[in-house]
Design a binder for this molecule. Structure first.
Ligand SMILES: NC(=O)c1ccc[n+]([C@@H]2O[C@H](COP(=O)([O-])OP(=O)(O)OC[C@H]3O[C@@H](n4cnc5c(N)ncnc54)[C@H](O)[C@@H]3O)[C@@H](O)[C@H]2O)c1
Length: 389
């Protein structure tokens, strides 16, 4: 039974996951290496007090919950009492492997080791721990107290028991926006489910930005192609918020592990070179004054991209996830987007009479852009995905 949770890492994710683990009734020990300690504890306190002031803490107080939080700088020592270790350190394989090695060598035999990595190989972490059957991924989204989705990622070595325990544990962690949605990712593949579905959109957008510049089309017209008033942010504004450097490193990662078509385009590469990274540098794809959203004229579209194309790309990537056996039902793809991000699932729209139109759209766009990866895959073309229900 899980009672004592050890969280390693004091960034955005470490703080958010510690907060919800406390709210879920677990004892949390936080292991941090550096000066971020106090900032992280303050963040957890702030998060709990905010919920308390909104009367969202059930039958408890922030003060009471904080008595179940302890801190340490010594991983080897503090892991001795852990039932479950949640690693949320910097996205660097060597650092993570070292954490898993120390945790594997020093934790009790029953202890399960979980990584929150977005892109590193969980299998490699399992090997480093010396107990791969007790290792899996639990991919939370930022901010963890608000985002319902947690993807549990199994490797070919994770035991069924480990997966079941971690899924049940994640389901117990309260979420401000309702019940958690905790799908099992059946294979340790890049991007898992949610991020992977967005991946081909990165290729399309990168290409569209280059095409726009070559043809004298303002970048904001490309943004308008995908903008709807129902979105909190248009895609280019969102990219500026996330940071163009973050987007660039995701593209480079996918280029190395998925397909050469993910190679960042000219516009993106130049922005990185010029240190125009978005909100944090005051300039990215837009000019920023602090955090204030730029005024964007929404009247003109570039006519290069469309929301239909985005859905078609997502459905195609969903078919690839079925082909690669990352999921075994197309409904998992739709449910992940719906429950995780309040987005429409592509398969529900695809199967509403859009099959031929979307296949043609993908063929045409792949031809125009010269991006092989965006072509419809075999399962999409044959309609074979319908068997996976
Ligand atoms: N930020 C996100 O949106 C997001 C979403 C999902 C998953 N993730 C994943 O979560 C993990 C953490 O992301 P983050 O955004 O919180 O990162 P971050 O850079 O904000 O924080 C990482 C923390 O780890 C600490 N750290 C580094 N080495 C350590 C060690 N050996 N022992 C203890 N602490 C150590 C750092 O000091 C820092 O406090 C990454 O693997 C990332 O891929 C991030």
């Amino acid at each position: 039974m899980i009672k004592n949770v050890l969280v390693i890492g004091a960034g955005a994710m470490g703080a958010g996951i510690s907060q919800i683990a406390l709210m879920g009734g677990f004892n949390v020990s936080l292991v941090i290496k550096d000066k971020y300690f106090d900032k992280c504890i303050e963040k957890i306190r702030f998060g709990l007090e905010k919920l308390e002031s909104k009367k969202k803490l059930k039958k408890t107080t922030s003060k009471e919950l904080l008595t179940h939080l302890s801190r340490s700088t010594n991983l080897a020592e503090s892991v001795k009492k852990a039932d479950l270790v949640l690693e949320a350190v910097t996205e660097n394989l060597e650092i993570k492997k070292n954490v898993f090695k120390i945790a594997g060598e020093n934790s009790p035999e029953h202890c399960i080791l979980v990584s929150n990595t977005s892109s590193m190989s969980i299998k490699a972490l399992g090997e480093a721990s010396g107990r791969p059957e007790k290792v899996c991924g639990a991919h939370f989204f930022n901010p963890a107290p608000l985002m319902r989705l947690v993807e549990i990622v199994r490797t070919d070595k994770s035991s069924d028991e480990t997966i079941e325990i971690v899924k049940k544990w994640a389901e117990k962690l309260p979420c401000v926006r309702g019940k958690r949605y905790v799908p099992i990712v059946l294979k340790d593949r890049p991007g898992f489910i949610a991020n992977r579905l967005q991946a081909p959109g990165i290729i399309a957008l990168d290409w569209a930005l280059d095409y726009a510049v070559e043809n004298g089309i303002p970048l904001e017209h490309v943004d308008n192609d995908l903008f709807t008033p129902f979105m909190p942010m248009s895609p280019l504004i969102l990219l500026d918020y996330i940071g163009l450097d973050v987007n660039y490193s995701i593209s480079k990662h996918y280029e190395s592990v998925l397909h050469p078509d993910f190679k960042p385009g000219e516009v993106m590469s130049k922005k990185i070179e010029m240190n125009e990274l978005g909100v944090k540098t005051g300039k990215g794809l837009y000019e920023w004054k602090g955090n204030t959203l730029p005024e964007v004229d929404r009247t003109h579209k570039a006519g290069i991209l469309s929301l239909e194309l985005v859905f078609a790309l997502q459905a195609n990537e969903g078919c690839r996830l079925l082909e690669e056996k990352v999921v075994d039902k197309y409904s998992t793809v739709d449910d992940t987007l719906r429950n995780g991000f309040n987005m429409l699932g592509p398969f529900s729209i695809l199967m509403d009479g859009n099959e031929e139109k979307w296949i043609q759209l993908l063929e045409d766009f792949a031809k125009k852009s010269g991006k092989e990866y965006l072509k419809p895959c075999e399962l999409m073309k044959s309609g074979g995905y319908k068997e996976f229900h």
